[in-house]
Design a protein around this ligand. Sequence first.
Ligand SMILES: [Zn+2]
Ligand SMILES: [Zn+2]
Length: 245
Amino acid sequence: MELTVLGYWGAYPWNDEGTSSYLLTSGDFSLLIDAGSGTFNQLRKHIDPLTLDAVILSHYHHDHIADLGVLQFYRQLNQQVDQPLLPIYGHTEHEFYYSSLTMPNVSEGHAYAEGDTTEIGPFSITYLRTKHPVPCFAMRITEKETGKSLVYTADSGWMDAFDEFVKDTDLLIADSYFLSGTENHPVHFSVKEVAEMTVRGNIPTVILSHLQQRIDLEELLRQAKAITQEQAQALLAKTGLTLTI
Ligand SMILES: [Zn+2]
Ligand SMILES: [Zn+2]
């Protein structure tokens, strides 16, 4: 499977680049993970959004869903004959947002909850409720055919439960909003927590994502590498970054 970063900033887009969104493909199946601000145009550089097979959302903060409505409008206005409804997976703990996943003739909301295993095309997905001001779920996505997996932390402060959830995954995409020194924050990880989790989890590659506009990102990367050293490859998220897993 192949993972492409479409947007990686936390909170708001910046310098022509968008907030959280990732495209995951396996064979000809494509899954959009979150739909952050400014990422619809990036999605179009990789696939025709009419051919997108499914969307999954970690939570309903604006920086993760801002381009979902315009994706629905695009599918509505460019509809092909016999075009299937776009399944959009989300949690049901915010009625207003969950109901907006369904748009007649365009898309259909599908519920997930912690403890579920969701089968979406070639992928099998499990969840971990994160530490965040609103209900939010990290996801572990396994490609059934190969057994390869990735974990997307979504937005979270540190919780011990992450150690078990990320163990031995092939790729970690982690909220790395803070430099070292801001551990145990109630909303986001520090890069120290991310790098240490990567090493303990025996994970070969970590993408530092959900980045903050007001910090030195080279210093963030340096702090991660000081911990991961030779045990893992640490990468700063970047628009268009593609990894094969
Ligand atoms: Zn966020
Ligand atoms: Zn959030």
